[in-house]
Design a protein around this ligand. Structure first.
Ligand SMILES: *[C@@H]1O[C@H](CO)[C@@H](O)[C@H](O)[C@H]1NC(C)=O
Length: 400
């Protein structure tokens, strides 16, 4: 085949361009951004960690820059005044790059002006699951060492947010443990179950690992952990049956993902519903109950929302000697289409004798996220709830 005559043409133009740019000589050379992709362990049964830290910045969300041990990360565009999100993938059976990670990082950088650092531990996460598990502590230590260097640059512990997927969630927990729970936030996406369900709190992700720990459990992955591991645990599409009455809740509401909780609750299970089609969303409402009289035991009240065809429930716990309990309820239609609320006081002692206890209190609800009090709607009168009996009230919420 004859050489394409255009090829030579482009070549000379390119040379000309290079010569002309080069010959101006006064502009300082802009540092060449070098993008590095995830490694590919190629079934090398990696027990070697070979962890890479790849920095992604808002200015180029598709380009991961390898942070070398000796280099100054600020020269790569790391901005110490912004928050830092560290993404840790999980077990990679075939030693390949996680397929979701590019889109995930782009989405993160679209949502927040932040430094995003992806931890590539493809080598250490491949082979058999248990050998990946054995690398968790080692990786946790490497990440801690990496974060230490960021802290030296003036990054605050609380501005660090670790997002760990599956086994990566427990790596995040390990790092958080090394930082004595002072990192800002850890999000566990489908924290891994095998080897962790009965693990100690030091070994697995738990609420002590960061100022705010949340976990999203989806039902699609049977490697997922079932037990709650965060301050807030979202169980997408069920996970388990109706949560029992937690023994203690000191909720207020942390502004996270549309859910505000303050001060931090000990443990809250939140059951998220999703629809079967994108964007898989539902509406969430805060429901609150204020007792008129303090009680000497925890008070559990099940709140059920009824819209035309669907019911959604949550059980609120008001701790003993407190007036106020809160819960989050997920429902497929907007809150203003909920036309009825049912309240049921669940007696705590299940004795054969019929419990005649009555509690009286105010019920209020507001759509999440709660930005102000203007959208809070309360039933006009205090309600009387007798143990085990359901009381229905109309809800009149105007659509805006
Ligand atoms: C770092 O981020 C802050 C906040 O967005 C911005 O004002 C500042 O200019 C950035 N610094 C650099 C060096 O880009």
């Amino acid at each position: 085949m004859a050489p394409d005559p255009w090829e030579g043409c482009f070549w000379s133009w390119g040379l000309l361009l290079w010569l002309s740019v080069g010959s101006t000589g006064d502009a300082p050379p802009t540092p060449q951004t070098k993008c590095t992709d995830f490694q590919n362990a190629n079934l090398l049964q990696g027990t070697n960690l070979k962890a890479h830290f790849l920095l992604f910045t808002p200015s180029d969300p598709l380009c991961g820059q390898l942070v070398e041990e000796s280099s100054d990360i600020r020269n790569l565009g790391f901005n110490a005044t912004l928050g830092t999100k560290l993404v840790i993938h999980g077990f990679r059976a075939l030693g390949t790059k996680p397929s979701w990670i590019d889109k995930f990082i782009s989405a993160l950088l679209q949502a927040a002006d932040a430094n995003v650092i992806a931890v590539d531990w493809v080598y250490g996460s491949t082979g058999v699951y248990f050998s990946a598990v054995e690398n968790v502590v080692k990786l946790g230590l490497e990440i801690s060492r990496f974060l230490r260097k960021l802290l030296v640059l003036g990054v605050s512990e609380s501005s660090i947010h670790i997002i760990g997927v599956s086994l990566g969630a427990h790596v995040g927990g390990m790092v958080g443990h090394f930082y004595k729970g002072q990192l800002g936030q850890i999000t566990g996406l489908d924290p891994a179950g095998p080897e962790y369900t009965r693990a100690s709190l030091e070994e697995r992700l738990d609420p002590g690992d960061a100022l705010f720990v949340e976990a999203i459990h989806t039902d699609t992955d049977n490697l997922g952990i079932r037990i709650p591991v965060g301050h807030v645990d979202y169980y997408v599409n069920g996970g388990q049956d109706q949560p029992g009455c937690p023994t203690s809740i000191s909720a207020g509401l942390v502004e996270q993902g549309g859910v505000k909780i303050e001060p931090l609750p000990k443990e809250v299970k939140v059951y998220l519903l999703t629809t079967s089609t994108a964007p898989y969303c539902v509406h969430h409402s805060l429901v609150e109950f204020y007792l008129l009289k303090l009680r000497n035991q925890d008070t559990c009240i099940t709140v059920t929302f009824l819209s035309s065809s669907v019911t959604s429930s949550v059980t609120i716990t008001i701790p003993r000697q407190q007036r106020h309990g809160k819960g989050i309820i997920a429902h497929p239609s907007p809150q203003c289409q909920i036309n009825q609320v049912k309240l049921k006081f669940q007696p705590s002692n299940r004795v054969w004798k019929k419990d005649r206890t009555i509690v009286i209190g105010m019920f209020c609800t507001a759509p999440l996220p709660v930005h102000d009090n203007r959208r809070t709607v309360c039933l006009p009168e205090p309600v009387n709830l007798q143990a085990s009996e359901t009381v229905s009230h109309d809800l009149k919420i105007t659509c805006i």
